[in-house]
Design a protein around this ligand. Sequence first.
Ligand code: ZN
Ligand code: FE
Length: 255
Amino acid sequence: MLVIEQLPVLSDNYVYLVHEPDAGLTAVVDPAVTEPVLAALERHGWRLTHILNTHHHHDHVGGNLELKAATGCTIVGPRADRERIPGIEVELGDGDLFRFGSSTALVYDVPGHTRGHIAYHFAGDHALFCGDTLFALGCGRMFEGTPPQMWRSLERLRELPDDTLVYCAHEYTQSNGRFALSVEPGNTALQARMREVDARRRDGLPTVPSTIGEERATNPFLRPDSAELQQSLDVVSQPLHEIFGATRARKDTFR
Ligand code: ZN
Ligand code: FE
């Protein structure tokens, strides 16, 4: 089984160390920065063997080249965005398997936030690394995609098992939740989750990872089929990707 350590860095990023003890492998997912990663490796006595990138944004690849220089690790990332991933050596795309000692990740192309975004699903470890595609109670902005594309990406992640842990790349849950409540005020699972989120943030605790089951029940971007959400946005019975698009557009101007 993988050992996963969550490192809060910058203002709201999460970087993950993923350690496979049998083979002695350690990956870092989306290293925004270098020093906190090296310090955490040192603390554990782990040697960095891989960088796993989800997409090209600087707050996800900023540590790539320095970590490579310091450790000689292998840089893995999206084939569709190879020219924008610093130092990429192993290119992955939809349906590819990434073998990591005794664990394996299935790779999903999840375009929308960026056109080359991928997600890594370690099914045996119930772990999904989804970068800036799916957030706790939210989703990434569509910088390089269309609503049908981004909806298809989220729809595929929504189909993963309920107990899948969602290791997203930012702590945005509390502000996402305020928006979620504005479009689904009657969702009792969402109300309960937000009480818990508020309590955790008050105590300085992370609200990530969540699970796919929680997201399916409370994340408005996975809930275009919700009657209450459709009524809030005045998109009753529209195609799901259009309801998703209307939800995303409303969030973009919400404050
Ligand atoms: Zn991003
Ligand atoms: Fe980001």
